[in-house]
Design a protein around this ligand. Sequence first.
Ligand SMILES: N[C@@H](CCC[C@H](N)C(=O)O)C(=O)O
Length: 288
Amino acid sequence: MSPLANHPFWKMNGAGNEIVVVDLRASAHVVTAAEARAIAADERSRFDQMMVLHKPRTPGTRCFIRIYNTDGSFAGACGNGTRCVAWVLSEEDGTESFLVETVAGILACRRVGPAAFSVDMGEPKFGWQDIPLAEEFRDTRAIELQIGPIDAPILHSPSVVSMGNPHAIFWVDDPYAYDLPKIGPMLENHPIFPERANISLAGVKSRDHIVLWVWERGVGITRACGSAACAALVAAARTKRTGRAATVSLPGGDLHIEWRDDNHVVMTGPTEVEHEGRFDPALFATAA
Ligand SMILES: N[C@@H](CCC[C@H](N)C(=O)O)C(=O)O
């Protein structure tokens, strides 16, 4: 039987981003990529990201979180998923402010409504080696990358940012005017991104409003991406397109992003529980 069977499980979403939370704090098991893919492949547990809770690694934190994409790959950050974890932890003991940890660092979570949370997503990184990129670019506000005919590119000159995971943001008038399902995977897997990248089309509507459509690394098109919303706001502010706070409108809903003067990026948004229970052992009859 799978080591995940009978452990607590929540099927949730964060602004439409499909999230599964699994509580393995009572287990030493580390979910394999094959197990993650099997879970994502079953309608009862399909996800864009799976957030697996492990025992805390750092005193003062509630848990260490491993983040898996649909394809079984690891991710360093997941804003929408972290808000869903925050809901689980707040419901567990009634607290409304606490710390969690991912490979990207320690994140402060705060309940701001019955189903709304703010997460300090940490500090953005802009160095070409931090994104990472395969070659040096001194100004990551706009790098030399384009797609389409050389003399009439479809998209070009993206900003790149790391929020603990790699993001490329292309600036366009109408994000939905592009065939992102077709161009997304070409850009995700472009050799300039040695760890692949999340690809966003961003339409700046005002100094405090961005419309965003995202092709996520290891997933595809999603209805929302919290770390992409953070990356887009930071990149927009760096390039003087917006101020340091904005509403980011994604297909699944709005997120509020603030890039504070202490360089931390705070994301605020909704969570929703779709169903919860314990992992069904039969689900893993097929898992390798
Ligand atoms: N949807 C997430 C992003 C998850 C990770 C991303 N696909 C990656 O591989 O970096 C979010 O809300 O941030």
